[in-house]
Design a protein around this ligand. Structure first.
Ligand SMILES: [Zn+2]
Length: 485
């Protein structure tokens, strides 16, 4: 598609150029150009679709399918283009397919992180607030590739201008996971996501936005009309969902954790605009009051919920509301200076996690896995380790089901705005071919997801092989299926 439009563009530019040569050849008389001639004039940076065999056959694998808490018997799995075409205990005859002999290893769905910030995960806070936006984007590109190489083939991006990065990944310009972007975090003045300085006040209604607004990372809105506008701007840019910050947050300097930020009418304005667009609103909320007010206004997913009480958990169960809680590593507090208010707030939230996970289990809340790592490339490397650290509350099979098929079920809430309609988070016929070949059984040894460099011997996303350490090791057979690029 892209190649075709680039060719058309190149053809018209080239034809126009001919028209200016001053020769007798007028533009409309110019001979049609062959693809070879055009290729000489194509920009060198044209993104090439990765070189891939049209079919990949995994033989002799045991499958964790994303739903069943046990492994299958020996299976063969045929991937054609970007989908899983066939799963069989019998040999699959597919001449021409690249064969990956699993030698009894485990084939599982790619991991999904339901609360990720593609744009914020790498740079320190100061760089994000004051740095050059191109620099921030390049860091984000590097982090996206690292996430993919940790086995995370999809992320739900919960705030930040990730649209360009998503496009670049989908067009194979850079490597990274599928991104479900929320776009800018919509917040109130002084709320979580308002990173302005004192001297930025007062804001006049209708005046140009703050730096964060202009970059598209956050959007300040102080009335139902403004919330509606900001929501529709995110939908305009391609948001798969809308994110509001319904209460105070850790990293924002002027938002106390106990604060209720939006009014019910403001949240309803966002819910109405998102629902009209066929998608949903998720809110950042810690306290019971913030959570309950959001649910009342029609919000479908609560991010964090770290300070909520038992009655609120019961309400969430009754209303079938999703919970996206975080098991933050304690070191994450190091992003904030010792003794700072932000550090104090982090510890309050950190300590609330235990109660929240216990409530989620007690009331069987629909719970997803998401890390919410911010401002630290080093901590981001622990994306899989954070999942593995949650055995205090869940069994390894429960965690793996959560980080694959349950997270994928949440992604489907994007409805008609789902950028990747189809089945993710499962190994089943017809699903997208987002697959990991694991050296060991993660259902019994969850630590394998914490060491992706060693454990994940093959990483495939959308049918493209991004890693294959079996290649050349003598363990493959038939035509080899090497990494694409
Ligand atoms: Zn977040």
């Amino acid at each position: 598609m892209l190649t075709r439009s680039l060719k058309l563009f190149a053809r018209s530019v080239f034809v126009l150029a001919l028209g200016h040569l001053g020769s007798s050849a007028l533009a409309h008389d110019a001979p049609a150009l062959t693809d070879e001639q055009l290729a000489e004039h194509m920009p060198a940076s044209e993104p090439a679709a990765p070189q891939q065999p049209s079919a990949v056959l995994f033989t002799n694998v045991r499958i964790f399918d994303g739903k069943t808490p046990s492994l299958s018997g020996q299976r063969n799995v045929l991937v054609r283009k970007n989908h899983i075409e066939k799963i069989s205990a019998d040999p699959i005859d597919e001449p021409g397919a690249a064969v990956i002999d699993g030698q009894g290893r485990v084939l599982m769905p790619g991991l999904i992180d339901a609360h990720w910030h593609t744009m914020f995960v790498g740079p320190p806070v100061a760089a994000l607030l004051h740095g050059d936006s191109n620099y921030i984007s390049l860091i984000a590109g590097r982090e996206a590739e690292r996430a993919l190489m940790r086995g995370f083939t999809t992320v739900r991006d919960m705030g930040g201008s990730a649209f360009g990065l998503k496009q670049a990944i989908d067009e194979h310009i850079v490597k990274g996971p599928r991104i479900y972007p929320a776009g800018a975090m919509i917040t109130v003045t002084s709320g979580h996501g308002d990173f302005r300085n004192m001297h930025d006040l007062p804001r006049q209604l209708g005046a140009p936005g703050s730096h964060g607004d202009e970059e598209g990372h956050s959007a300040i809105a102080d009335s139902p009309d403004e919330v509606r506008l900001r929501t529709r701007e995110q939908l305009f840019r391609g948001a798969a969902l809308i994110k509001l910050t319904a209460g105070g947050g850790v990293s924002s300097p002027h938002s106390p954790l106990d604060a209720i930020t939006f009014t019910p009418a403001e949240i309803r304005a966002a819910v109405e605009a998102a629902t009209n667009w066929g998608t949903y609103v998720a809110v950042h909320a810690y306290t019971s009051q913030a959570v309950e007010q959001a649910i009342e206004a029609g919000v479908k997913v609560i991010e964090h919920g770290s300070l909520m009480d038992e009655a609120t958990a019961q309400l969430m169960a009754q209303k079938d509301i999703w919970l996206s809680p975080q098991a933050f590593p304690k070191e994450m507090g190091n992003a904030f200076p010792p003794g700072s208010h932000e550090r104090e707030k982090f510890m309050e939230v950190f300590e609330g996690a235990d109660r929240t996970f216990k409530l989620a289990k007690k009331y069987k809340l629909k719970t997803v896995f998401g890390t919410d790592v911010l401002f630290s490339s080093a901590l981001a490397q622990r994306q899989g380790a954070i999942l593995a650290s949650m055995t205090e509350w869940y069994t390894p099979p429960e965690l793996l089901v959560m980080a694959t098929s349950t997270n994928a079920e949440l992604l489907k809430l994007s409805g008609k705005r789902n950028p990747y309609p189809g089945d993710l988070g499962v190994v089943s016929e017809g699903a997208f071919a987002d697959l990991l070949l694991v050296d060991g059984d993660p259902l019994t040894d969850i630590q394998l997801v914490a060491t992706p460099e060693r454990s994940f011997v093959v990483i495939m996303k959308d049918g493209v092989i991004y890693k294959n350490t079996l290649e050349g090791s003598g363990s493959g057979s038939g035509e080899s299926a090497g990494a694409s690029n």
